[in-house]
Design a protein around this ligand. Sequence first.
Ligand SMILES: Nc1ncnc2c1ncn2[C@@H]1O[C@H](COP(=O)(O)OP(=O)(O)OP(=O)(O)O)[C@@H](O)[C@H]1O
Length: 763
Amino acid sequence: MSPSNLTQKQSSKRKTQDKASSTRKKAKIQHHTVEDLPWKTVKRPIEAGLDGDDGILELEEIDGVEVVYEDTEGGRVARFNIVKQDVTPDDEEPSPGTDEQQPEIVLHETAPLHEEIVQPFNSEQLLPEWHKYLLHPQLLRAIHTKGFLSPTPIQAASLPVALADRDVVGVAQTGSGKTLAYGLPILQYILSQPRPAPGIKRRVRALILAPTRELALQVSSHLNALLNPIDTIKGKDSEESSKALENAGKHKGKNGKGKAQDNVESKAQPKKSPPHVSVAAIVGGMSAQKQRRILDRGVDVLVATPGRLWDIMEADDNLSKEIKQLRFLVLDEADRMIEAGHFAELENILRLTLRESKEDQIQTEFDGQSGDEEEDSKEGIKDGLQTFVFSATLSKDLQRNVKRRSRPKSTGKYRKRDEKPASTLDDLLLRLDFRDPDPMVIDLSPVGGVVSTLKEAKIECLSADKDVYLYYFLLRYPGKSLVFLSSIDGIRRLMPLTELLGLKAFPLHSQLEQRQRLKNLDRFTNTPNSILLATDIAARGLDIPAVDHVIHYQIPRSADSYVHRNGRTARAMRKGFSMLMCAPDERRVVRALLGNLGRQDSDIPEVSVEHSLLDKLKYRVQLARKIEMTHHKIKKANHERNWMREAAEAMEIELDSDYISDDNEDKPSNQKRKAKDAKNAALKAELKQLLSQPLVARGVLAKYITSGSRPIVDDLISGDSNEMMVGLRKEEAGSNLVALKKKKKPPVEKEYEEWGGIDISEG
Ligand SMILES: Nc1ncnc2c1ncn2[C@@H]1O[C@H](COP(=O)(O)OP(=O)(O)OP(=O)(O)O)[C@@H](O)[C@H]1O
């Protein structure tokens, strides 16, 4: 890294620092390497034009560093000097002329610049619903700022238990606030401990494991938002936050306090000191070196995906030691973790959290619990580890098994270290060494897995017609739509089609670089009426604000997947809509999938479709497909020609002149290509022209709005007509459904018990 990597902010700081340092006589200068410097993460300055990223995922900056150039034998090198001022107790700016009395320059930033002054928070008055939990004022202030007036049901059920040091297995519907259900007790614990002493490295006290990178990053940002609510509100995820601020303002108004009070409180925050709690995410796809540096600096709450964490742990004994002494272990979306292909890493990490005596004693069977074992477990609680397992989908059987699980018996069967990892969630839970003899299982999952604010529907059509129906739906019901496919190829095929049809779509799948994944999520979040074409990596846990529709373009591979995909909409009691696109050969699987949720396929009504418009859209889609196919052929031919040229160069072979020059007008291949280009240009022009024309439903006379079998005058006057489809009213998805007749016979249960989902892996 060179000094040019210091951020812009840093360079201006450097100038100030230069000036300041020249006046401070007692300054001691210490030389450091880049790696030693106290880097800290700052928000990406999107508004400053860096949103193009250019390989930058996050920025870091350093306070109080001088860059000094030194001429050495090996040339000019940069030296980094950490120069830190000790701040007067009240943290006031030094008054002019007192520079001579500014003596201290300290080596590292770990020393707090302030003793923490915790401003009390009147929760009894401002957050009566939260008062009884006696949360730390910092947390209460954040909850208030976010406008969370009362805990969600899962929070209300799990907080008293978790705050009383008990283990919790929590099952609650998607979008019901599970992150804070486990996050608040963790932050409460750490905030109530003394701040780390100056120079003492923090050790990891809470480990939160999540199945996907996006979810891990989201969890860490949710927790950070609780610790720095003001920063977060200024940040880019502002839609929800500004609403929250508005709510908070309203709420305060009711209680006779206004914004002024809040300002006083925020001003009273210490200006700059190391945070009391540091939360960091360790995920794949980002610089491992940087993540190691963060860990070396010390982290209290570590949110990680098992794969990357295990990679780092293998090279870092200290981290393994810290994991052995955890105070909190959380498995978020535990059931997905065993699907995601990093079960071996997960198992290795979990092994470190077992009590010493159990290291090699992982039981493979469920057994009853003896009195002795209970005694042991009670002792175990004293050694401190609290375990939380949360998901929207944990089977009832599994929850019972958690209750029935036992400590290993001396005569029992134990799994050896080198045995193959198990593949079921039952096994995973057995690998957890709950210190609580009776972990609290809280199951608030709704019947049939459906959130009460979600409307479900389906469209039955041929596989080949799914593109047209999707296009119809997206035009008919504008909004933010998350479209799930089970293969990356499917997304690659749909992306150019949506673009040609003038839709704003972004892809999300595992073969995209991490920075591209995050960027696309960000764009989807911030673009109205946009579409995210995603595989199941987006199915779990992602809290994307205001997703209006979830569309299962390809059917989910299990009942759980159906529930989690649907859970990206209708979150936090908002309305949402989900639509299954079901081809004839998928019906059997859909029946089985719904059967697993205790439902019938006739429970799900059909979306009514205006067939006259569908035909018009079909022609547009056909044109787009043709254009794309020609593009594809041209691209393929170019690729092949370039490959031939490169191969010939490498082998020093002369190629036929056809391959060497594109300029030869007379060559038949060039003529063919030109003809193709012309044909493609004509197709594009035709599509463009079609896209510019309004779509008019049958029976509508666009020129005579008061006549025809469907006069549209009233809708036009009231502003109720659909913007894209003349003759149809502006309606929300789900307001126009066709109920199906219930079947008399319930589905045969045996079939569902045995059905384990289809194995469609990404790609
Ligand atoms: N007490 C509360 N009141 C209002 N909103 C809340 C509250 N707690 C959390 N939320 C908001 O609800 C949304 C969903 O929360 P969260 O992501 O924790 O849900 P979840 O249960 O983990 O969902 P999933 O099962 O899909 O992972 C978030 O935007 C969060 O900020």
